[in-house]
Design a protein around this ligand. Structure first.
Ligand SMILES: C[S@@+](CC[C@H](N)C(=O)[O-])C[C@H]1O[C@@H](n2cnc3c(N)ncnc32)[C@H](O)[C@@H]1O
Length: 273
């Protein structure tokens, strides 16, 4: 599959990353997530605290956050555990914001952000990292066996991989729902069980597989409501079309998650040798 298939189109992610550090968008994140950690996903701070228990990070260890977005989640992991982090994302504005947040939070010495397309070979030697995370973004990459094999290459023996897959098909979906839910670039829809098989095939031992769909349903609905109550200001910033598309995206994401038809799972695995 060609590289251009995997890149997100301008509209969807630009609205969030272009306005990320404004007070308006920070307010929406606070209402949607409870705590604004600078995320652009379905991740809440209490969920990340649970994820950190599985990652075994500490000072001196190195973490790679793939598709790091604006860097908030990666920076919180660094601040909490003392590890170093490299974050990569294809979206230039997201990476610029991430670097600026690292400087603002006094973490620039331990946190580096790079603009990189994560669908291809990654620019790091074998066994570079103690842990790799990828939150709510693996669905944007084609050729999942090749992507996870590349992550396995980058892990040290015993290193941990944690990713969430929010595009796991667990029920009936209409073509209209699939079209709206996959409106931000390339999307891979997989059946439950597929990720476990790829993990095993890539020489990783599965430690955890947990259904975390509830967070996605709650956050999508809370984000839609928080945006609706600021619709006049958002329409001016985003334009009517982008605003309406985003609201429809969040409504569909909330509904199919709440009804258990499109699910989100977290997988934690360990490099065996
Ligand atoms: C739902 S956001 C999650 C961002 C971040 N993990 C977080 O929790 O805030 C998905 C991210 O995937 C990134 N992305 C999409 N395609 C990509 C690619 N081919 N290479 C790297 N990043 C990509 C987008 O730019 C976006 O930042």
């Amino acid at each position: 599959m060609g590289k251009s298939n995997s890149l997100p189109p301008a509209g969807h992610y630009n609205a969030n990353y272009g306005n990320f550090q404004t007070e308006l968008y920070a307010q929406i994140r606070r209402e949607a997530f409870g705590e604004d950690i600078g995320q652009n996903s379905w991740l809440t701070s209490d969920e990340q605290d649970r994820f950190l228990e599985w990652l075994d990070l500490s000072p001196g260890k190195t973490l790679l956050d793939v598709a790091c977005g604006a860097g908030g989640p990666a920076l919180r992991m660094t601040a909490t555990t003392g590890c170093s982090v490299v974050g990569i994302d294809v979206h230039e504005q997201a990476v610029t914001t991430a670097s600026s947040l690292a400087a603002q939070r006094g973490l620039a010495e331990r946190a580096e952000f790079r603009s990189t397309d994560a669908t291809g070979p990654l620019p790091f030697p074998d066994a570079s990292f103690d842990a790799i995370t990828c939150i709510d973004a693996i669905n944007h990459f084609p050729e999942r066996p090749r992507v996870i094999a590349e992550w396995a290459r980058l892990l040290k023996p015993g290193g941990r991989l944690l990713f969430t897959d929010p595009i796991t098909v667990t029920g009936a979906l209409t073509n209209a729902e699939i079209a709206v839910r996959s409106s931000a670039g390339f999307y891979l829809f997989v059946p439950h069980g597929y990720d476990e098989r790829v993990i095993a095939h890539c020489g990783l031992g599965l430690l955890v597989c947990e259904d975390v769909t509830v967070n996605m349903a709650k956050v999508a609905e809370a984000r839609r409501t928080a945006r609706a109550s600021r619709s006049t200001a958002l329409r001016e910033i985003e334009g009517n079309q982008t605003y309406d598309d985003e609201q429809e995206f969040l409504a569909v994401a909330a509904r199919v998650a709440r009804e258990g038809r499109l699910s989100r799972f977290v997988y934690v695995s360990k490099k065996l040798s």
